[in-house]
Design a protein around this ligand. Structure first.
Ligand SMILES: Nc1ncnc2c1ncn2[C@@H]1O[C@H](COP(=O)(O)OP(=O)(O)OP(=O)(O)O)[C@@H](O)[C@H]1O
Length: 342
């Protein structure tokens, strides 16, 4: 696979605060990478350093093998799409789409060809003569993506592009973005807080924490094989349940001090069974096909369990629960995964 963007030992500080602490990463041709991590971990800063909007203190940004670390954003052939859309409010959609091309001195014929392609791909025809103020959030974001598209960049950089949209539009745009990626086969980097966006759009997810990469992998690999407790806790919603290994010693892998069991890896058992954990139901969220049950246990603390939607259970009820065999993750004192108990 051919690398489009390669980051080598990237470091970035703001004043005395180190924000990026040595990032090594490759974006391959056609790949969709998604950056996730807690607020303030450096996702947007990393994207901005790649785009050239922030300068790295040290390390390198290579694009198609060329060192672009000091190159101006306009020389990088990357197109960025922001959460805020960043459209010109006084221009029509057509003018917004063609403005950058006019500035770069493209001929009217070239502009028309690229504009037509973007308009067709993003179904913008009905809006061409409208101004951004006359469009919905989703339509504005399509224009912003269209403006990136006409640049025919080597890679697209998306900074939380859907976070201003309501839930229904987000879902719609998520599906459109996935289709766009399939259709164009372009390389993309995407920053999001949204677990579902990360899981469904990414070829690989990059989990960042405090300016460092914790793990990179395909969504289901990260979900099933988290390298450490941080990744196990970050990927998955509702989050994995953690408790001390000593609280469930018969299921603890060797060397584990902490155990983690995802909400879907529990079942209800009879109270008399070995390893049955008595639990009192605190709250039930019924989502239709499944329910999330929040329960208090003396042995393991509070748990979130995913149970079938048709399970009849009420707040205050006493249950007994048990982790499914093979799905108890163990973590050592440093938080590193020692194994699942399979
Ligand atoms: N221009 C700046 N000057 C000083 N500090 C900054 C600047 N930009 C970002 N920071 C700080 O750098 C850290 C990383 O910010 P960044 O926006 O990259 O995080 P993020 O992971 O994208 O966060 P969020 O998920 O909340 O958007 C934060 O602590 C932020 O306050």
């Amino acid at each position: 696979m051919k690398p489009v963007i390669e980051l080598r030992g990237l470091r970035k500080s703001f004043g005395a605060t180190d924000i990026l602490k040595g990032i090594d990463l490759v974006l391959d041709e056609g790949e969709f990478l998604v950056f996730v991590g807690p607020s303030g971990c450096g996702k947007s800063t990393l994207l901005r350093v790649i785009a050239g909007l922030e300068a790295a203190e040290s390390g390198q940004v290579l694009i198609d093998g060329h060192d672009c670390t000091r190159a101006h954003p306009s020389e990088r052939q990357l197109a960025m799409v922001f959460q805020s859309y960043a459209l010109y409010p006084h221009m029509t959609v057509a003018q917004n789409l063609s403005f950058g091309m006019r500035m770069r001195g493209l001929s009217a014929a070239e502009i028309a060809v690229k504009l037509e392609r973007a308009v067709r791909t993003l179904k913008l025809e009905p809006f061409l003569q409208r101004k951004p103020g006359e469009l919905s959030g989703g339509q504005c974001q399509r224009v912003a993506i269209g403006r990136a598209l006409v640049q025919q960049p080597r890679a697209f950089l998306f900074d939380e592009p859907l976070s201003n949209l309501d839930a229904e539009l987000r879902l719609h745009m998520r599906v459109e973005l996935a289709a766009l990626h399939r259709e164009l086969g372009s390389s993309m980097i995407y920053v999001t807080h949204d677990q579902v966006e990360a899981m469904t759009l990414a070829d690989r997810i990059v989990v960042l924490r405090d300016g460092r990469i914790e793990q990179v992998g395909a969504p289901l690999d990260l979900y099933r094989n988290p390298a450490n407790a941080f990744v196990a806790g970050f990927i998955g919603s509702p989050a994995i349940n953690f408790f001390p290994a000593a609280a469930l010693p018969t299921r603890a892998p060797a060397g584990a001090v902490q155990l983690g069991v995802r909400p879907e890896h529990w079942h209800c058992v009879n109270l008399g069974e070995p390893d049955a954990v008595p639990a009192r139901v605190l709250h039930v969220e019924r989502l239709g096909p499944l329910s999330y049950l929040y329960a208090e246990t003396r042995q393991l603390g509070r748990l979130c369990l995913q149970l079938p939607g048709d399970l009849r259970v009420n707040v205050g009820e006493q249950l007994a629960v048990q982790p499914q065999p093979g799905w108890v993750y163990g973590f050592d004192a440093q938080g590193l995964r020692v194994s699942a108990d399979k």
